[in-house]
Ligand binder design. Sequence first.
Ligand code: NAD
Length: 270
Amino acid sequence: PKPLATRIALVTGAASGIGKAIATRLAAEGACVVIADLDAEKAQAAAAEVARAAGASKNTADVAVGIAANVTDEDAVQAAVDATVLAFGGLDIVINNAGLSLSKALLDTTVADWDLQHNVMAKGSFLVSRAAAKVLIEQGLGGDIVYISSKNSIFAGPNNIAYSATKADQAHQVRLLAAELGEHGVKVNGINPDGVVRGSGIFAGGWGAKRAAVYGVAEEDLGKYYAQRTLLKREVLPEHVANAVFVLCSADLSHTTGLHVPVDAGVAAA
Ligand code: NAD
């Protein structure tokens, strides 16, 4: 595989949280990064921040660019992939990170809720992987597709049916695409984070309050609550998920595909 420092990455949902941390780490390793998110201005601001953190002082667009792309929109996804190739001359790494969580119990989940969760995460990552895979196959240089799935893709949690079901869909996309794209040298892996409270827009936007109510703790103590139930007694931060992405995409894991890496301080193993 190409060295990470020469690779080009597209990260969806990277204006915030885990996606921004992934973009930051990949850029710090020398990769060029496209940040695709719903809002163009937020994506551009995140790209400038990511580029500056990677050492760019003036021409931040040489390192990272931000674009608006709703991953549920087939044309917008194609445009994001095209924009990546146009900006940096190719595509090597694709991170399916865009997501949201409505955190609703079965009886409260409407058809619209179900469709939104599945459109953004199951359909959205399918569209991104399909558009990107075409480029990766044509280039003939291999590549990496990483899904930011969830511990909830395997383990049941309360009040979470649509989110968890669509995370399980993503987990199976990893296995299916690992099988289909392996002959092209494209590795497809997943990461199952859990309890990334600090820095997460999902947690700040209402999910945190709902989870805190489910667990009977104050919202400001949620990070500590998650930490104490892990094996390592550690809080998981966006940077820890980004570290796992880096390792999966590095040359050292050139022979690993179809894997899901838990980044949960051991809670799934407990
Ligand atoms: P976040 O809200 O900070 O980041 C999600 C980003 O996705 C946001 O910037 C949002 O604008 C973007 N987005 C939402 N819908 C989109 C769409 N249709 N098109 C493009 N972008 C869209 O939350 P986060 O916690 O950083 O979550 C990132 C990913 O990690 C999600 O897929 C989430 O399910 C997953 N995850 C998070 C945790 C956690 O503990 N925070 C645990 C497991 C999995």
